[in-house]
Write a protein that binds this ligand. Structure first.
Ligand SMILES: Cc1cc2nc3c(=O)[nH]c(=O)nc-3n(C[C@H](O)[C@H](O)[C@H](O)COP(=O)(O)OP(=O)(O)OC[C@H]3O[C@@H](n4cnc5c(N)ncnc54)[C@H](O)[C@@H]3O)c2cc1C
Length: 333
């Protein structure tokens, strides 16, 4: 239970996927302060967790873009604005706060805001459980992307074929770790540049790649793998098991949002059953069969402007045209 004083903002956005990031943009563009709470250690939602290496062709005005690059662009668009991103925080409770609107509590902090925008998609994208024999015996097994700088000089094993695994291996090697990357299949997923760098580092002997290989068990000092019918002991101070992410809606389901299965029903402007609480993106019932970025962005723009007016009744709902504004609003001190 967090004990620190609550952190205040005009608007709290729950979920740092594309819908949440664009909602944050629009609310901050209207001059409001915004905090985005994201369960994962990096923003981007499904785009960075599930398909950062894939090319998307149906974002309006962008003929083709890799999902990871689209997220980088969404973040660049936020950087001049009054938006704070809080990663590795799962929103767990939502309670009314008489004077201010709503209080959202995570395991780390309490956030008070005049309005809340729910952009939680399919749920918190949390790493899959580690199911490897001997995992409990190893002192340092992790399931999420590392802060590579912390691992310089350490011996590290990265397990997995997802794009995050290839990227983590390269970042850890660049930070001075002795890295082995292993996967049960021969190929790794990743954008072409990452895969080409991985091949360069492998050839140069700066990243050891064991694939295809079968991870038999973790031991207190590393792991035992079989490759080419040979048993290989790989020493490892730290083991990263990067096997992708599974959505978890359970923290939000007790919230009184008149749920329709895994959807939150939304009225005009993205309103939910709770005053001052809005819903956008894949979580919103109105999207239905159209779980698409273009739909999420449109819902985000509409709900953020309604939320802005809810918090600041002196504002018009209509944002006007950005092309007539001549620049970003100044950040508050
Ligand atoms: C493989 C794949 C390919 C796709 N390709 C396309 C495509 O080509 N074109 C297209 O238009 N769409 C595509 N989509 C769909 C698109 O990615 C989604 O419609 C979009 O990501 C929805 O955005 P969102 O922000 O609503 O949800 P999400 O992207 O799911 O983001 C929600 C975020 O909220 C966080 N969160 C959830 N609960 C909490 C909590 N309690 N506390 C804190 N954080 C929380 C999650 O961790 C997540 O980061 C694809 C989807 C997949 C899986």
């Amino acid at each position: 239970m967090p004990t620190r004083a609550p952190l205040g903002a005009d608007i709290v956005v729950i979920g740092g996927g594309p819908a949440g990031l664009h909602a944050a943009f629009y609310a901050a563009w209207r001059g409001l302060s915004v905090r985005v709470l994201e369960a994962r250690s990096e923003p981007g939602g499904q785009l960075t967790a599930l398909y950062p290496d894939k090319t998307v062709y149906d974002v309006p005005g962008v003929p083709q873009v890799r999902a990871g690059e689209l997220v980088a662009a969404l973040l660049r668009q936020l950087s001049p604005l009054d938006v704070e991103l809080h990663t590795s925080e799962v929103a767990r409770t939502l309670k009314p706060d008489g004077a201010s609107g709503w209080v959202v509590e995570t395991s780390q902090a309490r956030y008070v805001a005049g309005a809340v925008i729910l952009a939680a998609g399919m749920g918190a994208l949390l790493p899959r459980e580690v199911r490897i024999p001997g995992a409990a015996a190893h002192p340092d097994v992790r399931t999420d992307l590392p802060e590579p700088g912390e691992f310089g000089g350490r011996t590290v094993l990265v397990v997995g074929g997802v794009p995050q695994a290839a990227r983590a291996a390269l970042e850890l090697a660049a930070a001075g770790a002795a890295v082995t990357l292993t996967h049960r299949r021969v190929g790794f997923r990743g954008d072409p540049q990452t895969l080409s760098s991985l091949e360069t580092e492998r050839r140069a002997g700066r990243v050891r790649v064991l694939a295809p290989a079968t991870l038999q068990r973790l031991t207190p000092t590393g792991a035992e793998l079989t490759a080419d019918e040979q048993l290989i002991h790989v020493p490892a101070d730290t083991v990263f098991v990067l096997n992708g992410y599974l959505p978890d809606l359970s923290p939000l389901l007790p919230w009184p949002l008149a749920w329709d299965g895994e959807y939150v029903p939304d009225g005009p402007g993205g309103r939910t059953a709770l005053p001052g609480v809005y819903v956008v993106g894949d979580l919103a019932r109105s999207g239905g069969d159209f779980k698409l970025l273009s739909v999420a962005f449109a819902q985000a723009a509409i709900a953020a402007n309604h939320a802005a007016r809810h918090v600041r009744p002196e504002l018009k709902v209509r944002p006007g045209h950005s092309s007539e504004r001549g620049g970003y609003p100044a950040k508050k001190a």
